[in-house]
Design a protein around this ligand. Structure first.
Ligand code: PLP
Length: 373
């Protein structure tokens, strides 16, 4: 019998307080663990259409140059984004998924013992990475599933360095509107970074959804992040970007790895950005299918939170972990909301018509069984 060598190296104290993030269950894992080969995944807010053909073809072409390091400055992609968004190229940083910018920003702006404000529940990576950086995380509970921006403002102390806001938010799907965000941005002292995570902003269609790029004209302390993982359908490639003042981008560049975005990712994202039809098709699918799911939840008398994104938070009235496990047995992967302390809730990503119908069929069976027992 072999014994593992004992670890004598000492991890940083901050790690004691970290519970690793649990991503949506991969379909391959379900196959390995339960032998279920045909499953549907509605657990990670991915695009159900498969990648855009244009992106796939650009990636195939880029394979020929895989012996070379990627462009460390992502010149082509940055230029395309600069034209699209009408912001300066030196106001943009391309990243290995938008998640990377959370880490870069914390590394650049937060010292041990500084305070960081987050909503709760919200995207858990804000909290996990802040703890890893040694920050003290101040959690401001949501109110009626929406950010309590006033509560966040009144939590500011001289030690506050960063305020995180996901807009629209995950896992609730709600958003901070233009009026609320305008007032919030004006009220935050300019020595504090306001981190606006807009991973789902392309799905947000409401008229009062804020145009956050406008804030960059007046403030240098705002970082906006977006991603190619959601509406652009490239979650597997890992490409995101941040937009801020050139001074902030300069700081982030100091702490990033030189080749953080690989060459296939750069080529795929560049092509995806131009594939407007794919984006429009996605938007339409999500709009229609979200309506289908709302109607089904209504007919089941379930409370759900109207969503500005491609996922829906639903209160099942039963233990969400149990629902997750029962659905899993039938090849449907969703998320329970226990890590977010919403024990009776599940979060379901809007899939294709076929996927949503299967989810509803299996979900009804599970609910009916629980309701009649
Ligand atoms: C709010 C939010 N921000 C960021 C991300 C991560 O995006 P990326 O794939 O660009 O790292 C996610 C992914 O689910 C998210 O929900």
């Amino acid at each position: 019998m072999s014994t593992e060598p004992k670890l004598n190296a000492i991890p940083r104290d901050a790690l004691k307080n970290i519970k690793p993030y649990e991503p949506g269950k991969p379909q391959e894992e379900l196959k390995r663990e339960l032998g279920i080969g045909k499953s549907i995944k509605l657990a990670s807010n991915e695009n159900p259409l498969g990648p855009s053909r244009k992106a796939a073809s650009a990636i195939r072409k880029a394979i020929k140059r895989l012996n070379r390091y990627p462009d460390p400055n992502c010149f082509k992609l940055k230029k395309a984004l600069s034209n699209r968004l009408k912001v300066r190229e030196d106001s943009i940083l391309i990243s290995n998924g938008s998640d990377e910018i959370i880490v870069l920003m914390l590394r650049a702006f937060v010292n041990e013992g500084d305070e960081v404000i987050v909503g709760f529940p919200t995207f858990l990576i804000f909290e996990i990475q802040s703890i890893a950086q040694g920050a003290r995380v101040i959690k401001v509970p949501l109110r009626d599933f929406r950010y309590d921006v006033c509560g966040m403002l009144s939590s500011i102390t001289p030690k506050t360095r960063v305020i995180f806001l996901a807009n629209p938010d995950n896992p609730t799907g709600t958003y901070v509107n233009k009026y609320e965000l305008d007032n919030f941005i004006k009220s935050v002292p300019e020595n504090i970074i306001v981190y606006l995570d807009e991973a789902y902003f392309e799905f947000a269609q409401a008229e009062d959804f804020p145009d956050s790029l406008g804030y960059l004209k007046e403030r240098s302390n705002i970082i906006i992040t977006r991603t190619f993982s959601k509406i652009y359908g490239l979650a597997g490639l890992r490409v995101g970007y941040g937009i801020s003042s050139p001074e902030v981008i300069d700081c982030l560049n100091k702490v990033r790895e030189p080749f953080n975005v690989n060459s296939l990712a750069q080529a795929g994202a560049f092509a995806a950005l131009k594939d407007k039809r794919y984006v429009e098709r996605t938007r339409q699918l999500i709009r229609e299918e979200k309506q289908f799911l709302y109607e089904e939840f209504n007919s089941l008398a379930l409370k759900y939170i109207p969503s500005a994104t491609n996922f829906i938070l639903v209160d099942t009235g039963f233990d969400g972990v149990l629902i997750f496990k029962e659905l899993l047995k039938q090849g449907v992967i969703i998320r329970d909301m226990k890590p977010y302390k919403l024990d009776t809730f599940i979060r379901v990503t809007v899939g294709t018509k076929q996927e949503n119908k299967k989810f509803i069929r299996v979900f009804k069976e599970v609910l009916n069984k629980l309701r009649s027992s």
